[in-house]
Design a protein around this ligand. Sequence first.
Ligand code: TRP
Length: 328
Amino acid sequence: MEKVVSGIRPTGNLHLGNYFGAVKSFVKMQDNYDCLFFVADWHSLTTHPKPEDIRRSAKTVMAEYLACGIDPSKASIYVQSDVKEVLELYLYFNMNAYLGELERVTSFKEKVRKQPDNVNAGLLTYPTLMAADILMHKADKVPVGKDQEQNMEMARLFARRFNRIYGVEYFKEPESFHFSDKAVKIPGLDGSGKMGKSEGNCIYLCDDEKTITKKVMKAVTDQGPTEPNQPKPEVIQNLFTIMEVVSTKDTLDYFNDKWNTCEIRYGDMKKQLASDICALLSPIRERILDVSADDAFLEKVAREGAERARESAAKTIREVREIIGFKS
Ligand code: TRP
């Protein structure tokens, strides 16, 4: 079976955009691939999070992914910092990674621009740690967003370079699996484009019904259509796009007709949308609450995930040491 590896940044709660993107594709992949998903808590140190937040945010993402349907009997989930082997591979890759190419990575350049007072070496070598995460398990496919493509290219480059330097055919180049190509992009509620974490833009999977309804009712709209069948402006299309994924076809057709005949009432549409989002999310929210409260279960999943990850990691490290010339 082909192997799939992906890392999840522990950046707070999952929202509807994550759900229809990464989360759904992970859940689907666990049936057809040998999957290893991990919480990238070492990567998150580039921003110097508070000690008390680190374990908690790892726990939050794990609980939310499990609540959405990641099944530990099919896929393994582990916390990156529980599998120390990756650090050794990170070191080896760093020895073959050059300052110039690391500095040219777009996300690094962006960070330099946005946080000039925290341009640390971890940020610079983010791509080598990510390559180690992936190559350590000899992943065939890596589900990632489009924004990760440059990091994926670096991972392939480091694999090729290692093979070339040591004259081996050891690492294979991992393929990107862009879930953004297949998934619907969920727009935000404030008309600014993609759903993101800013205020008023985002519906979290753990939001309660009151919060969801309030957020949807406040979504940005316009004056309404003035001519039959006119194209929809972006803010309105956004609501329809969300409706496409959370509501039935009948509901969608109904509001499309109302739009086309200029009879649409945004208040009605939002009420319907809110209620359909609540119907989708309320079982998920309940599972999030249950799983989050079950420390024993979370610890078991993380422990078993780490054990499995360590198996392939330890094998890789043994072989790599041999190739590099260290006696194992
Ligand atoms: N860089 C990824 C992101 O920001 C997270 C990540 C870390 C990752 N290591 C990985 C993804 C390995 C895939 C494979 O989303």
